[in-house]
Ligand binder design. Structure first.
Ligand code: AHR
Ligand code: AHR
Length: 481
């Protein structure tokens, strides 16, 4: 059985079922998601390997070979047609064309399920999916449940990495107009015990951890690599539950009356579906989504416990984030451009600007040092890398407003994330492409001899598609100094 078979048996069927990693019904063999590639704009659907099975990641890899892909549709497996697509602008605009949010990289969140490779949905700030015309989801005070499997180590304090029920207008229409799972360490509204991150409920104009509007210490900090998260609500009753998606059972972090603030009892749910954003299209949150559903009716704890057992049996495990020619931690390297006419240029820095410069064995000692980098374990993720300057120890290449800068490591979480890059085989067949861990649609790219993290066809000038594959491919060599 799949999670939605279990919900059906419990009398609370799925009305939306989203999973890029696997089928959520034992009989489902249709499309799980659609990917779109940058080289020609073509799309293809990715289905499970067999009915009820794991996604055919190899089909994606083949379709996306030598280019970049984004996840363009996350299909609803429930038969209600509640697919998720690129979120439109709301009270807040997204960063893409016409105020739409960005689409997620198709390769930002690799995992295995029972040993088979699959990809989750890596939400960077600015990324979001939505369906403002969802059918059969709960409205007003109707009962519903939802779960999502997330990466408990990928979060931030921005508003709001959510999955669930939201406004059909993409604007804030008042308290109680949302009921969604939130995950992160935002403390602007409610919070739980410790310093977070927490599973909370986004009920609009508030992230709730329990009955009280502010802190409820019954809601623990929780950061399992694979995290099961649950929010459910019915008239004057709601609950938060969670646990380790890779083993064990669920705990109940709150179950009781609606929050003691006006507007949340009764609820005014509208039934749209969001992923990665707030109800008003706030786009500052980050997180990773693997699978999740919304139900009709308030699921019993027993039903959810059986769903948790099903998730554990799917055996989520980490898959390598770096797949390119290996870098050796501790070594000193140079990174040479491969774009024709630029192949005598190497990644270097001039003050805090990261650029390319012509470097050779006869260059000055200072230029050689400026063009030599120490490979370090990724500051934010040990499966990836960071690049420390040889002439400025303690300073690393990081992105800021998508330009690459050389800055001193200030030890903050955001610095580490901005300074962490994963390898993949160079898109033009040479060397490595160095992909941002935190914005996996973006990679090291030289543009007018200055370095950026660029996406393939994004809105900035440095995202230009022309010469993209060459500009993001770097040959790793010995350091100059
Ligand atoms: O409730 C928290 C956030 O507040 C909602 O997601 C958003 O719509 C509003 O900004
Ligand atoms: O480079 C994109 C973002 O810009 C970085 O993550 C952040 O540090 C800055 O706001």
């Amino acid at each position: 059985a799949g999670p939605c078979d279990i919900y059906s048996a419990g009398g609370t069927p799925c009305v939306a079922a989203h999973g890029t990693t696997r089928a959520l019904y034992s009989s489902y063999s249709g499309a799980l998601y659609q990917v779109k590639r940058a080289s020609d704009g073509a799309t293809t659907d990715i289905a499970p390997l067999s009915a009820g099975g794991v996604a055919n990641a190899a089909a994606q890899d083949k379709f996306c070979a030598s280019t970049t892909c984004v996840i363009s549709v996350i299909y609803d497996q429930s038969g209600h047609g509640n697919h998720l697509t690129q979120a439109p602008p709301g009270a807040f605009k997204g960063p893409d064309v016409n105020g739409f949010d960005n689409l997620a990289s198709a390769i930002g969140a690799p995992v295995t399920l029972n040993g088979q490779k699959a990809y989750g949905v890596f939400i960077s700030p600015g990324t979001g999916y939505r369906n403002n015309n969802a059918k059969n989801t709960a409205v007003r005070d109707e009962p519903e449940g939802m779960y999502a499997v997330l990466d408990g180590t990928h979060y931030n304090g921005g508003c709001c990495f959510d999955y669930g029920n939201a406004e059909t207008s993409s604007t804030d229409t008042g308290n109680g107009h949302m009921e969604a799972i939130y995950f992160g360490d935002n403390t602007g509204w409610g919070s739980g015990a410790g310093s977070g991150p927490w599973v909370m409920a986004d009920l609009e104009n508030g992230l709730f951890s329990g009955r009280n509007v502010k802190q409820n210490t019954g809601d623990p900090s929780i950061n399992y690599r694979f995290l099961s998260s649950i929010v459910k609500g019915e008239p004057n009753q709601w609950a938060i539950r969670g646990g380790n998606a890779a083993s064990g059972s669920l705990s109940t972090f709150y179950s009781g009356p609606r929050p003691n603030a006006s507007g949340y009892n009764p609820m005014s749910k509208e039934g749209a579906i969001i992923l990665g954003i707030g109800g008003d299209n706030s786009v500052s949150g980050q997180g990773t989504f693997y699978e999740g559903v919304m139900t009709s009716g308030y699921p019993s704890d027993a039903t959810e416990n059986a769903v948790q057992a099903n998730i554990v049996a799917a055996r989520y495990a980490v898959a390598p984030l770096s797949t390119g020619p290996a870098l050796s931690v501790g070594s000193s390297i140079s990174l040479r451009a491969t774009t024709p006419s630029y192949t005598d240029r190497y990644i270097a820095h001039t003050g805090s600007t990261v650029n390319t410069q012509v470097v050779s064995s006869s260059s000055s000692t200072s230029l050689k040092q400026q063009a030599t980098w120490k490979v370090r374990t990724g500051l934010a993720n040990s499966e990836c890398y960071s690049f420390e300057s040889v002439d400025s120890p303690g300073s690393f290449i990081r992105h800021y407003n998508f330009a690459l800068l050389l800055n001193a490591n200030d030890g903050t979480k955001i610095f580490g994330e901005d300074a962490t890059f994963c390898t993949q085989p160079g898109l033009n067949g040479q060397g490595d492409t160095l992909r941002s861990w935190s914005y996996p649609t973006r990679s090291f790219r030289h543009f007018n001899n200055v370095l950026y993290v660029a996406s393939n066809g994004g809105v900035q000038d440095f995202d230009a598609t022309a010469s993209f594959n060459n500009d993001v491919s770097w040959v790793v060599g010995a350091g100059f100094a």
